[in-house]
Design a binder for this molecule. Structure first.
Ligand code: SF4
Ligand code: SF4
Length: 159
């Protein structure tokens, strides 16, 4: 990978995701991010999240439709398939205006992922081009909220 070439063109971040990669079974951003129009705090599974994905997919709000993590946007230039956020344990997301003030947030999904050499290398690489903010893991789920409401109701129905 040439050191002087950005892994992607920031202004095309969202457009890139329209091509090959799909989220598959990853739903990391549905837990990690705060979504104010849903009243959803960060680090808590969305109420619409079920074991099979979003139960409100057709009517999901604009922030959900517009979000693209770097793994999805990258299309294999920097991240391979095993780097999908739920597999690697860290989600890189764009922050700020793509054309003028893009920075990267590194959301640690599982404890100590940040210490993995491959993650450190990725952060070092990204820092050549963008400010990278590390958001360390915060496990805020409790016994009652570890499953989102949609998943809890499915579990009850199955019982
Ligand atoms: S974190 Fe990325 S790959 Fe995972 S669901 Fe969100 S956009 Fe898709
Ligand atoms: S509404 Fe759907 S896409 Fe949006 S955060 Fe909730 S589960 Fe994810």
């Amino acid at each position: 990978m040439p050191e002087s070439t950005p892994p992607f063109k920031p202004v095309r971040l969202k457009l890139l995701s329209e091509n090959e990669r799909t989220c598959g079974s990853c739903t990391a951003c549905c837990t990690q991010l705060s979504i104010s129009c849903l009243g959803k705090p960060a680090h808590v599974p969305c109420d619409h999240l079920s074991p099979s994905g979003c139960t409100n997919y057709k009517n999901r709000p604009t922030p959900c439709r517009g979000f693209t993590c770097l793994w999805l946007a990258d299309q294999g230039k920097l991240f391979n398939d095993s780097h999908r956020p739920d597999k690697l344990g860290i989600m890189f997301s764009p922050s700020g205006k793509e054309t003028t003030s893009l920075s990267i947030n590194a959301h640690e999904l599982t404890p100590n992922t940040i210490a993995k050499p491959e993650v450190q290398h990725t952060i070092d690489y990204l820092r050549q081009f963008f400010p990278v903010k590390i958001l360390q893991h915060h496990l805020k789920h409790t016994a009652n909220t570890s499953l989102p409401k949609a998943a809890q109701s499915l579990t009850k129905r199955a019982a």
